[in-house]
Design a protein around this ligand. Structure first.
Ligand code: HPA
Ligand code: ZN
Length: 328
């Protein structure tokens, strides 16, 4: 069997970062927005490094102006994920981009996204849940508005709170107030750490924010004590190997630490991050891991079961996901 055909759970996907370039170009044309600098000659997204990537990401995202646009985005993203065999996905959705942190507007965006997700689930069986994210380089004050939006809409669909953006700006602990608010609302917590920041960034996310999952976290490999701490605390890493390679965190798949972390006993999972930006898909990630490390159906099944257990959804949904991993 081709491992790329296996059913998959994806825990780390930025909603706008999953937008197909053709979809973004279409919206730009409809709205007469000039985003030609976002694309390369082949029509893919063009950027030189991580900070440039974040800027291109925000320019591409600027064509998404209304709740309806986010509904259409959700349909496009979930069709692509379902075509890749994804049965459950957790998507990072940011109130900064969906209504600018205004609670009333956020609810309208969320409604449109959820409506599209319900239709995609009926059509393709794929389940979506939302992890509301603040954007680190927008600063702690904007994060508080995002956390309030998250807390006010927390439930069976908005299931988590997280932080993306430029890990080079500020510290994890600057966002403790927002994380406390999200935790008090019952949301489960994750943060990007140990991607561009080193092991200390991962430690800060655990100690200062109390996260139970880490976005990336792969640079923990530089510190054996931290690797042991991840195991002891039962923390799951949302690993995105193809993203790390394109952004130069590691030179290629063979040099990626996912296998060293896994064999040490750390709970690792596999995601795409921003698939069209990084010229990847879930199918491709599985193929590359199979080539680099010989990951077979058994290993992928374990990774997907780990992901299902680390998912922030309720137990009724988790049971459905686990069943889909067995039967598809
Ligand atoms: N990393 C960090 N922040 C982000 C990303 C990412 O890949 N995509 C969108 N915001
Ligand atoms: Zn990410």
């Amino acid at each position: 069997m081709n491992v790329a055909d296996l059913p998959k759970v994806e825990l780390h996907l930025h909603h706008e970062g999953a937008a197909p370039p053709a979809f973004v170009r279409q919206l730009a044309q409809e709205k007469s927005v000039d985003i030609s600098k976002v694309f390369n000659a082949q029509g893919g997204y063009a950027f030189n490094d991580f900070v440039h990537f974040l800027s291109v990401y925000e320019q591409a995202t600027s064509v998404l102006k209304t709740p309806e646009d986010y509904g259409r985005l959700t349909t496009a993203v979930l069709e692509e994920s379902a075509a890749n065999g994804v049965v459950y996905t957790e998507s990072f959705i940011s109130p900064d981009f969906c209504g600018g942190g205004d609670l009333g507007a956020w609810k309208e965006y969320l409604h449109a996204i959820q409506d599209a997700a319900d239709k995609a689930e009926a059509a393709h069986g794929i389940i979506l849940r939302a992890v509301v994210t603040c954007v680190r380089h927008f600063g702690p004050e904007k994060a508080k508005a995002s956390a309030l939006c998250a807390a006010e809409t927390a439930g069976d669909w908005v299931v988590g709170f997280g932080m993306g953006g430029d890990e080079g700006q500020g510290r994890q602990g600057d966002f403790a107030y927002s994380y406390d608010m999200a935790r008090e609302a019952g949301l489960r917590l994750t943060s990007h750490a140990g991607e561009f920041g080193g092991p200390d960034s991962v430690r800060d996310a655990i100690r200062d924010l109390g996260v139970e999952r880490i976005g990336h976290g792969v640079r923990a490999i530089e510190d054996p004590e931290l690797v042991q701490e991840l195991i002891d605390r039962d923390i799951t890493l949302e690993v995105c190997p193809g993203s790390n390679v394109v952004l130069g965190v590691f030179p290629d798949f063979a040099a990626h630490p996912i296998e060293r972390l896994r064999s040490a006993g750390v709970k690792v999972t596999v995601s795409t991050d921003d698939p069209p930006f990084f010229a990847t898909t879930m199918r491709r990630e599985y193929q590359m891991l199979n080539q680099a490390f010989g990951y077979d159906a058994d290993i992928f099944h374990t990774l997907n079961t780990t992901a299902a257990h680390a998912a922030f959804c309720n137990d009724e949904t988790r049971a459905r996901v686990l069943k889909a991993l067995e039967t598809t």
